[in-house]
Design a binder for this molecule. Sequence first.
Ligand SMILES: [Zn+2]
Ligand SMILES: [Zn+2]
Length: 353
Amino acid sequence: MAKDYYQLLGISKNASKEDIKKAFRKLAHQYHPDKQGGDEDKFKEVSEAYSILSDDKKRAEYDSYGHTFGGGKTQEGGFDFSGFQGAGFEDLDLGSIFGEFGDLFGGAGRPRQKRGRDISIDLEIPFRDSVFGIERKILIAKLSVCQTCHGSGAKEGTELITCKICNGNGKVRETRNSIFGTFTNVRVCGVCSGTGKTPKEKCSTCRGAGVMRREEEITVTIPPGLDNGEVIRLGGMGEAAQGGVSGDLYIKVHVLPHPLFHKEGANLVMPLSVKLSDALLGAEYPVHTFDGTITVKIPNGISFGEVLRVRGKGVPVERGKRGDLLIKLNIQLPNKISKKSEKLLEELRKEGI
Ligand SMILES: [Zn+2]
Ligand SMILES: [Zn+2]
């Protein structure tokens, strides 16, 4: 049997909503972890109990089965803050407090690590490169780790000293007043960015920031068969943050249209105009493909729009395998004919062709 939520809140099974609210208010006040004599585990327990019992549906499930199906717990065992939405916490005017102390749930009071900005850019590539893939080098101006001090912010050969603002903790505590009393909020120290150390003498390149705006060359691998509008994500290639982790780089790829070819899944499709006589009698045609010039045999008696399939000359799909090249035939009718041709055609007409 799971924890007894009624016992946790010190109420009876038939307690009214008002009783539940009152009991939780009292206990939340008592156990809040940033209060003197607070108890984080207890606080989480009573919060969990309240989130279930204050919700009619969850309370009914709990009463019947001893647990709820929506649950209040995340898989990692931390408390799911989102579960508070609509659980009646708004009535208690706790929203702002849970907002400030969101770290308590799951993060166990640790301030979040600084993270650099994500960057998104657009990249145009020729059609051919979207078929076979390519490595492209691009220049991006962004906040990067300083190459002189490698992010420490210290002048070469000088040492780092303990941050005076946070005394080397990397965190600073802020005290706030609320209806439950005085609470302390912990956040990352803005001076040392959570590293707990500051340079004794600042790096002259980045003026002690550890990061600076500069152009960086980045190699992007475009995989074969990429479609127009697809986005490539390069983790950690976004902007740097001092003492933190870099953001991500998102590259939206725009494939320039080709005058002849287009893609249909793993197949490449191209048109080919065939003369009337060749369509009737059959012929061999040279065709310029991405694999060089190949000879295509046109069988006799083809019809307009018929498709010839050249196996293995399409888009690379997996190791060594490729889609097909589809050649869509177009029969070119002459718009001017000579006297001689006219005579020959009259002959054909007599033949019933
Ligand atoms: Zn530097
Ligand atoms: Zn500091």
